[in-house]
Design a protein around this ligand. Structure first.
Ligand code: SAH
Length: 216
């Protein structure tokens, strides 16, 4: 029992260190995002043999070709999405479920789509306690029109361009963040304004490829 408490305390300490050293010291300053990153137990979203590395400054393989993104990249994406408490969010590429859990700390509703059934079902189990999160199995490059429009769309796999169906499902004022390009991608943000869509480049990143109808 005492050991269990110690292990949990170690993870909390590792997580706070992750936030302080990897996020605050760089350019993540949105307090809600930092609080979400302190709250979600990242070690529960990696395979058992990698829990000791869960708070490292790196992406980790989570099986079936998926990776749990580096904590900093998750934070940058979520911060760029400017997720509000009443927002409906779509995530493409559930993977481990970690990104969905972070988004769930910030939004009213999260729909996450994963192409690989085994990943979707593991993530679904991990996220069971979050009633405002649902994990769907399918081709997320098509989005999920039944739940549209979305205030924020997070695409966590890289493709040549932003899939047209995702743009069609973005709400007025909505934000979409996605790695675009081949090999080394650029993380871009599309913001829907009254006068049209504005696209900004945030940073160079490496993601697993977006597959499906509008993927690579
Ligand atoms: N957000 C994830 C990162 C997952 S890596 C996390 O926090 O762990 C990218 C994921 O996108 C992989 O699991 C891959 O299977 C998935 N993927 C690739 N193409 C997809 C598509 N068209 N639709 C849904 N998921 C897709």
């Amino acid at each position: 029992m005492g050991d269990t408490v110690d292990v949990v305390a170690d993870f909390v300490q590792a997580r706070n260190r992750m936030v302080d050293e990897q996020l605050v010291r760089r350019d993540v300053d949105d307090e809600r995002v930092l609080a979400a990153m302190r709250a979600v137990p990242r070690h529960e979203y990696v395979p058992a043999d990698l829990t000791g590395r869960a708070y490292d400054d790196t992406a980790l393989p989570v099986g079936d070709g998926a990776t749990i993104s580096q904590p900093y990249i998750v934070a940058v994406m979520v911060q760029a999405l400017r997720v509000g408490a009443s927002d409906r969010v779509l995530e493409v590429g559930t993977g481990s479920g970690y990104g969905a859990a972070v988004l769930a700390e910030l939004a009213a509703q999260v729909t996450s789509i994963e192409l690989v059934e085994s990943l979707a079902s593991t993530a679904r189990e991990r996220l069971l306690a979050h009633q405002h999160v649902r994990v769907l199995t399918g081709d997320g490059s098509l989005g999920h029109a039944a739940g549209a429009p979305y205030d924020a769309i997070s695409v966590t796999a890289g493709g040549p361009t932003v899939p047209e169906p995702l743009l069609a499902q973005l709400a007025p004022g909505g934000r979409l963040v996605m790695p675009v390009g081949r090999g080394v991608e650029r993380l871009i943000r599309v913001t829907r304004t009254a006068t049209g869509d504005e696209t900004e480049e945030l940073l160079a990143v490496r993601f697993v490829p977006l597959r499906g109808r509008h993927g690579v």
